[in-house]
Design a protein around this ligand. Sequence first.
Ligand code: TXA
Ligand code: MG
Length: 313
Amino acid sequence: MPRIAPRIAGDEALDEAFAILRDGGLVAVPTETVYGLASRADSDEAVAAIYRAKGRPLFNPLIVHVANFAAAQRLAETDERAEALAAKLWPGPLTMVLPLRAGASIVPAVTAGLATVALRCPAHPLMRALLECCPFPLAAPSANRSGAISPTEPAHVAASLGSTVPLILDGGACATGLESTIVALRGECQWQILRPGPIERERIVAILGAGNEILEPASAIEAPGQLTSHYAPAKPLRLDAEEAAPDEFLIGFGAIGGQVTLSAAGDVGEAASRLYRCLHEADASPLARIAVAPVPEGGIGAAINDRLRRAAA
Ligand code: TXA
Ligand code: MG
């Protein structure tokens, strides 16, 4: 059977995107981190469609996207810590896990039945414009089949999800390129990073203080996106490669060249924005295996190496 390709359109399709979402459908949306697969978060059927399209296990909760902190306050119990994080880092690539507010307009499937909800206020102008139109919150995981490489361009979404998503809002290539940092606020003062990302730990420490940080790794049940094997290409992947074997597609960095490079200049920010693009290209190449040059840990390098280790596991 011929597969109908999804429609890819820019800001001229905002009204159409809103109408699809309002009626309980799915739209792929641009954010500064990766493309998301959005549905309204207050409808069982709409949220079920996300899990179905992604092949996502029902125990893995979704991030809810909001236009501003006031919208977050309607969905979660917020305190001064949440307010301080939002004031400094929203809109931007930070997700906060907070206690779910009683009576919030979010169906249980969004949080996979947890008593907490993950909230994010994205910075991408097209996504912000969409959120401004929507009187309902938007659930949106990354717009890829579960466990596969995250999409940073509309073509990646189309290749992974095909006609299960009717419309992809085209906001160009994602500027940051790595999923948001997830921080959970616990009890009165404790906090924990559940997923490293573009907002470095040091910036969160500067706001929340180091003393109350929980340093043990997050439990697998709570953040399944942190399972050891995730973000994975279909091929075996070797890390810290200085050179390529004949059957390897080498992704370079700095002085180590390759078929493609994360950043010839050795810039970790550029490397983050190109990581998933390079992995998609490597996966599509005729070579059987993938090798990646070493990337330094500093700054966003920590989050790049987190994703690379999971992709290699
Ligand atoms: O940058 C991003 O965060 C992107 C864009 C689209 O916003 N979204 C994204 O969503 O990466 P997703 O579904 O691929 O990853 C969400 C992660 C998962 O690891 C999930 O387990 C975790 O967030 N999560 C969601 N709700 C949670 C909760 N209540 N408690 C703990 N972890 C939660
Ligand atoms: Mg994901």
